[in-house]
Design a protein around this ligand. Structure first.
Ligand code: FAD
Length: 386
């Protein structure tokens, strides 16, 4: 069976590696990703603040597992003919896993794409180079978005560049959905790092050098747009059933409701009620869903029934600079300060450890299975990078 996985973020890479470990020589796995490096998205605010990103080439992450890596953007998928095209080549598949991830929503107001930065790999690199220059003249940075990404970015940038004048602007209240204690803690940490909190301020548009808001203009030297994530348009363009954020509606086994030979995992998937669980857009949803689909495909390969996905709610852990953080416990209590910062760091490292463990499990099996089931690495027509 040919399995193609589009997207090598937390969900897609974990899916590919687990499948390599479990397929028992019955599958050819092709993993396709837009960039040749794994992007540690959960650290992009740290990178915007000046931290050097770690080099994480995907070729090393799949080495020795039998997973064929293709680097390129998938532009077309033929759901009837079961092919996809990447870099002008056709890749055939019997099962397709969409692990497309998400990106910052930039269509909700005019001028965002022209005049604001987002926390993707390119945006973070640009900010990392730009902010020291703005800080040197005691300039102004506005961050739009009062959710976790905005809060983590604001504390991180203000802590790394104390000369900056940082404002966090949000349409409603800060950190909606968090307990009062958690929100009070986040507020204290923001103020401690010198961030000015501007709540109840809807942004109408981003203009060169200023935000146009319902209550007047807010000038800036750099604007970071961090209002929330949407899925890439590919799934909608293919005609899959998607929600308003472009996420694929999936059933309990994480198969597309409209196209059951297509699975969706991570940020680009949404589970239909009444399962009653909104898969969070985060690593805590991406890693388990990627692994679950791999397990299910491996079961299907041996004629076994696929299992429904079960997701256990994991507490949110938020970084508030390098030495401060917050963990909201079930019931609304919080663990805060240095301990929470250490926990958060452990969680970030843990995502890479989990992926490394999957790779380690897959490697010896690939060697034991021999290369009879799969063509040698680098000789298959689809193995452009490995
Ligand atoms: C600043 C920041 C901080 C965050 N902090 C946290 C946190 O503390 N905890 C948490 O749980 N989450 C956090 N998140 C969210 C988390 O990063 C995402 O939820 C997670 O990355 C989703 O994983 P994923 O595998 O679904 O998608 P992604 O990691 O986005 O990976 C998707 C991959 O698909 C590839 N791709 C997409 N379309 C195509 C295509 N057409 N062709 C080829 N390749 C394609 C992309 O190149 C990308 O590599 C944070 C995000 C940001 C930006």
């Amino acid at each position: 069976m040919r399995i193609a996985i589009i997207g090598a973020g937390y969900a897609g890479l974990s899916c590919a590696l687990r499948l390599a470990h479990k397929h028992g020589g019955r599958a050819e796995i092709t993993l396709i990703n837009g960039s040749e490096s794994f992007v540690e998205r959960i650290r992009l605010h740290e990178q915007a603040a000046g931290k050097q990103p770690r080099a994480l080439p995907l070729s090393e992450r799949v080495r020795g597992t039998g997973v064929r890596l293709r680097v390129g953007w998938v532009e077309r998928v033929d759901l009837q003919g079961r092919t996809l095209s990447v870099g002008g080549e056709l890749v055939g598949w019997d099962r397709l896993v969409l692990a497309l991830g998400s990106h910052t929503e930039t269509r909700s107001a005019p001028g965002i794409r022209e005049h604001a930065h987002t926390l993707d790999a390119a945006g973070s690199a640009t900010l990392s180079a730009l902010l020291p220059k703005i800080a040197a003249k005691r300039g102004r940075v506005v961050i739009v978005g009062g959710g976790l990404t905005g809060i983590e970015a604001a504390t991180e940038l203000a802590e790394a560049h104390p000369q900056l004048n940082v404002k966090l602007v949000t349409r409603g209240e800060l950190a909606p959905g968090f307990s009062e204690r958690a929100r009070a803690k986040m507020r204290t940490s923001l103020l401690r790092t010198g961030v000015e909190i501007v709540e109840q301020r809807a942004v109408r548009s981003v203009e060169p050098g200023q935000l146009d808001t319902a209550l007047g203009k807010l000038p800036f030297d750099a604007c970071v747009w961090a209002v929330g994530f949407v899925a890439p348009p590919l799934a909608r363009e293919l005609g899959l059933a998607v929600n308003e954020r472009g996420q694929v509606w999936v059933d309990a086994t994480l198969r597309s409701e409209s196209h059951p030979h297509v699975y969706a995992v991570g940020d680009c998937a949404v589970l239909r009620e009444p399962l009653g669980i909104a898969l969070p857009m985060g690593c805590k949803g991406a890693l388990p869903s990627g692994l679950h689909v791999a397990n299910n495909i491996a079961r299907a390969l041996t004629g076994k029934r696929e299992h429904p996905f079960t997701y256990r709610e994991v507490p949110y852990c938020v970084s508030l600079g390098r030495n401060d953080g917050l963990l909201q416990l079930p019931g609304g209590g919080v663990v805060a300060g240095r301990l929470a910062a250490r926990l958060k760091e452990l969680i970030c490292r843990g995502t890479l450890w989990a992926l490394a463990l999957e790779q380690r499990r897959a490697r010896p099996l690939f060697l034991l299975r021999g290369r009879s089931a799969l063509p040698a690495h680098g000789t298959h027509p689809h193995s452009a990078q490995a």
